[in-house]
Ligand binder design. Structure first.
Ligand code: CA2
Length: 155
């Protein structure tokens, strides 16, 4: 028999390439917390609002595209830190465009203040909004932003 759940639905958190290395290098830009630390914060924030959260990290664009496909119909929204794919991965853009619920783009750093190649986001046009530059707190802020969109939709 299926377990009863009071969950309002599942939020999918997706992480792009190299984010599995967080906490091991470049602490000046990305901080000392690990990806597991960020996922734990995102999950506790989601659960505090009555949602479940699943997470996947992929270093390959196709795997992220497939994760977006897999989220269709079974999730209420996506929070995604696409890593460097942010700046050129049009297949990821297209996959997110075909995903109906809201998408929140997330970055630890603020790409707008960094090298010019980071100024273009191909994800931004298919996201409801972007949280960037707040370090690890962004994982809480991004989930809260998504929950607020979902609550506004349900209102
Ligand atoms: O600020 C962010 O969250 C980024 O998405 C991080 C990406 C970067 O390409 C984006 O422009 C902004 C890079 C993630 C790489 O993470 C590393 C972590 C530790 C050591 C090396 C890379």
């Amino acid at each position: 028999m299926a377990e009863a759940t009071n969950s309002s639905g599942t939020i999918v958190l997706l992480s792009g390439p190299n984010l599995n290395l967080l906490g091991t290098r470049e602490p000046g830009i990305y901080g000392t917390a690990t990806l597991d630390d960020h996922v734990a914060l995102a999950r506790s924030t989601a659960e505090a609002h009555g949602f479940e959260l699943t997470h996947a990290q992929h270093n390959h664009e196709g795997a992220l595209v497939e994760a977006v496909h897999a989220a269709r119909g079974v999730s209420v929204g996506i929070v995604i830190n696409p890593g460097a794919f942010t700046h050129y991965a049009w297949a990821l853009h297209d996959a997110l465009a075909a995903y109906e619920p809201p998408v929140v783009e997330l970055h630890l750093s603020n790409p707008a203040t960094r090298e010019s190649f980071r100024h273009l986001s191909v994800v931004a046009p298919v996201a409801s909004g972007t949280i960037a530059g707040f370090g690890g707190a962004g994982y809480r802020l991004a989930v809260e932003a998504l929950v607020s969109l979902l609550e506004a939709e349900g209102a």
